[in-house]
Design a protein around this ligand. Structure first.
Ligand SMILES: NC(=O)c1ccc[n+]([C@@H]2O[C@H](COP(=O)([O-])OP(=O)(O)OC[C@H]3O[C@@H](n4cnc5c(N)ncnc54)[C@H](O)[C@@H]3O)[C@@H](O)[C@H]2O)c1
Length: 279
């Protein structure tokens, strides 16, 4: 059981989408929240929207891809709120493409944010949570793309599988320290995630121009038809309180996981039937 009432939370990607919703719901449940994001204007709007006083909500500009930036943001959070209990390593970006066509600089960009951003959060905040002995909780945002890997989204899928595996390790490692771990694995949620790929290093098309593209508009409709991020954040809060590891959101997507495990089982059974290794 990880408490929320009276705790201090640090939420990355807090200026928009799921991060902003998690901040809103954590505040409602009696936590204080530090919003962290690289989007300074977005942070300003988010703090104004949450309309809390600075004793309960504050913000810090921070790029999660930079270990030093997270360390600095953590320091500012301790100075502001005294301590930290709950960390949502949530900031993330999207990147797809076909093999042989994805610039390596784009690969590094998404790995630095989606995977290393989580690593920087865990490495920075674990000792800070341990130091006060009151326990805490990490919420690492992965995706359904951390369990099933449709084609055309290789870089995104790879980072999200990594976040799932990393979170599974952390669960066992941090339990003795009274630090819970949850990995958020949503399907479509109505946020701005489909715009983030335009921030990749190799992109030359301004977002405003891309918005005219029918392919973008198709994706926009899919994302807008996704779940309400506040509803997802409510479920996240319940899962934190009950210390649940996997936070799924879409009943209809369970079939993808079942199919993956059926494939794994079939390939495993093939070596058992073959009898080649263990005899
Ligand atoms: N929306 C979905 O359908 C969906 C589904 C599965 C997983 N997710 C995951 O949810 C998380 C949150 O995304 P969202 O859907 O709320 O999208 P969003 O674009 O609305 O929010 C992402 C936020 O992260 C911030 N951010 C991006 N790179 C950053 C960096 N380097 N440092 C600090 N902040 C940075 C952005 O400025 C933005 O405020 C992501 O990890 C995403 O992969 C989203």
């Amino acid at each position: 059981m990880s408490e929320i009432q009276g705790r201090v939370a640090f939420v990355t990607g807090g200026a928009s989408g799921l991060g902003l919703s998690m901040a809103r719901i954590l505040l409602r449940r009696g936590a204080s929240v530090m919003l962290a994001d690289r989007d300074a204007d977005g942070l300003e709007r988010a703090v104004a929207e949450l309309s809390q006083d600075s004793n309960t909500v504050s913000s810090v500009v921070c790029d999660v891809a930079e270990a030093g930036a997270i360390e600095e943001a953590a320091q500012k959070t301790v100075e502001h709120f005294g301590k930290i209990h709950i960390v949502a390593n949530n900031a993330g970006v999207g990147l797809g493409g076909q093999p042989g066509e994805i610039p390596i600089e784009d690969w590094r960009w998404i790995v630095d944010i989606n995977l290393m951003g989580v690593v920087h959060g865990v490495e920075t905040f674990t000792p800070l949570i341990q130091s006060h002995g009151e326990g805490g909780h990490f919420i690492n945002t992965a995706s359904m793309a951390g369990h099933v890997a449709p084609g055309g989204m290789g870089p995104y899928n790879a980072t999200k599988y990594a976040v799932v595996g990393y979170s599974e390790s952390l669960k066992a490692e941090l339990m003795p320290h009274k630090i819970g771990v949850s990995v958020l694995c949503p399907g479509w949620v109505a946020t701005n995630i489909h715009t983030t790929g335009f921030g990749r290093p190799s992109n030359t098309v301004p977002l405003e121009q891309a918005k005219q593209d029918p392919q973008f508009q198709e994706m926009d409709a899919v994302i807008k038809g996704g779940l309400d991020p506040d509803k997802v954040a409510e479920w996240v809060a319940e899962c934190v309180e009950s210390d649940r590891l996997y936070i799924f959101t879409h009943e209809s997507m369970k079939i993808g996981i079942e199919m993956r495990y059926a494939q794994i089982k079939a390939d495993y059974d093939a070596i058992i039937e073959d009898g080649r290794f263990d005899g």
